[in-house]
Design a protein around this ligand. Sequence first.
Ligand SMILES: [Ca+2]
Ligand SMILES: [Ca+2]
Length: 157
Amino acid sequence: MTLRTIRTRLGAAALAVASLTAGAVTMSASPASAASMHGCSYPRVCLYDHSYQNGNIFSSYQQYGTQAIIGGGNRVDALVNTRNDDAVWLIDRTPGTAPDWYICIPQNTAVNLGDYAHPNGTTWANDADDISIRYEGTCDDRGGAATYRVQQGTYWA
Ligand SMILES: [Ca+2]
Ligand SMILES: [Ca+2]
């Protein structure tokens, strides 16, 4: 066996290990587990440039209540919520025009905001200014019922 052949076989083995690792990460993202997801450590909420699959985390949060997004408004493209009992709201402030808007991401959920239409005619990518970790893990379906689906609505501060 030449050195070149050995290198090729080692490369193939490394690829096989990488595939197994990727599979394990996907499986660990099950609800109700105190687990990290997509590089975001439990019990944090992480914000990403680009997608949560291929992007990078630019800030993370674990305190209840509303605060300005660290790293800038109109920036976030994706969110990963590793928390088991708390939903998260992203709030788009619209100065001079009431109301503001929010999108609610339930517990143990990862979203790419480009997948959600915003009332402003774009998607929710690059719109949120504030973030709020809630005391309940569900979102309001706007009919008064709790749901584990992403929801949005008007936000009267
Ligand atoms: Ca947008
Ligand atoms: Ca905004």
